[in-house]
Design a binder for this molecule. Structure first.
Ligand code: ADP
Ligand code: MG
Length: 339
């Protein structure tokens, strides 16, 4: 670019200087002003075309480099191996972690999870609390087999997740990610990612359960409201509730909410949880939250720290046995900024 610019300005200066000198010396007989300006214009045109050529060269180089990377991704073999004789049905929503340790890369020094032993019966509600980076998300990602354990085993419905057909397993486990995603399209289209054959009634029922029905109806186009790419035209809390509704449409055996009600007010949050209790009692619900109030009434609460479950139990048990839990509870209930 600097060289290109140098050439352009040099060309301009050269034509102007030499041209004017000739014009002045010859008194307009050798060359006149019109010819100088014609020469300037032609010169610029030629240089512009050369510049285009050099741009094309740059773009071709960039594209070939990008193509290389795309092919690198396409030809990557997944580390998750499909079993020879996959199990095609998930019996129930029970989840068992047996001596599970996990690290993200095989050469990583630190384990993201260590010595996790956990037994969740089908239909239970489990809350998970812990600071950021305490591996809450890592723990739940092992259930739909987004990653394979490094040691130990994770079982769903009594069967090791590595023995399932991966589609079957992921159809049974619905997960609302911490970084949730909506696509451009109408609200209905977005929700049908959960179940493409869902009827309008089913969609509305899921939305009522996720406390999304009210605000969807307040839009002038209702369920046909257009959502921008990434859901930028709905609020954070509305986006979260749409994502929960989408997960509910899957009618999963296990429902995982990874900090999915963080932007929803406490009152609505409580209503969503109450809805889960009455309408999907069979579904195992795993709720990661920052607020103690979101997990207080769970059957089992896990407190995580540094990739380990440091204490577990019901609210009352933890209030007696866990200092961290009591501290967080006191902070959030006495003079917490949410009240
Ligand atoms: N994809 C990844 N690759 C490598 N390390 C990761 C990855 N995701 C998370 N980690 C690390 O694992 C630890 C736990 O992260 P995470 O499970 O996201 O915590 P939490 O959800 O409790 O905030 C963190 O130290 C984080 O840096
Ligand atoms: Mg997380």
């Amino acid at each position: 670019m600097p060289l290109m610019q140098f050439c352009m300005y040099f060309n301009m200066l050269f034509i102007l200087t030499v041209g004017s000198m000739l014009a002045i010396k010859g008194g307009g007989t050798t060359i006149d002003v019109g010819q100088i300006s014609a020469m300037l214009t032609y010169g610029m045109q030629i240089l512009m075309s050369l510049m285009m050529l050099s741009m094309i060269y740059v773009i071709v180089t960039m594209s070939s480099e990008s193509a290389k990377r795309i092919f690198e991704v396409l030809s990557e073999t997944p580390t998750l191996r499909e079993p020879e004789q996959p199990v095609m049905t998930v019996a129930d929503g029970s989840v068992d972690f047996e001596n599970v340790s996990f690290k993200y890369a095989s050469d990583a020094k630190l384990f993201a999870l260590s010595d996790i032993n956990l037994h969740i019966r089908s239909g239970m509600t489990v809350g998970i609390l812990g600071g950021t980076g305490s591996s809450k998300s890592t723990l739940v990602q092992l259930i739909p087999r987004l990653y394979d354990v490094t040691e130990g085993s994770v079982k769903v419905g009594g069967v090791d997740v590595r023995d399932y057909d991966i589609r079957t397993l992921r159809d049974a486990v619905a997960m609302v990610l911490q970084k949730n995603q909506l696509f451009s399209g109408t609200i209905k289209e977005n929700l049908r990612w959960g179940d493409e054959n869902a009827t309008d009634e089913e969609i509305e029922e899921a939305c009522r359960l996720a406390q999304a029905d009210d605000f969807i109806r307040s839009f002038s186009d209702g369920y046909d409201t257009h959502i921008e790419q990434g859901g930028t035209n709905v609020s954070g809390g509305q986006k979260q509730r749409l994502c929960i509704a989408r997960a509910l449409l899957k009618k999963p055996k296990i429902l995982i909410l990874d900090d999915s009600t963080s932007a929803v007010d406490t009152h609505t949050d409580a209503r969503i949880r109450a809805g889960f209790k009455t309408y999907i009692p069979e579904t195992t619900k795993i709720i990661i939250a920052q607020r103690v109030a979101s997990v207080q009434d769970a059957d089992l609460i896990l407190v995580m720290d540094n990739g380990r479950i440091v204490s577990s139990g019901t609210h009352d048990e933890l209030m007696r046995s866990s200092d961290i839990y009591r501290e967080v509870y006191d902070q959030q209930t006495n003079g917490g900024d949410e009240e």
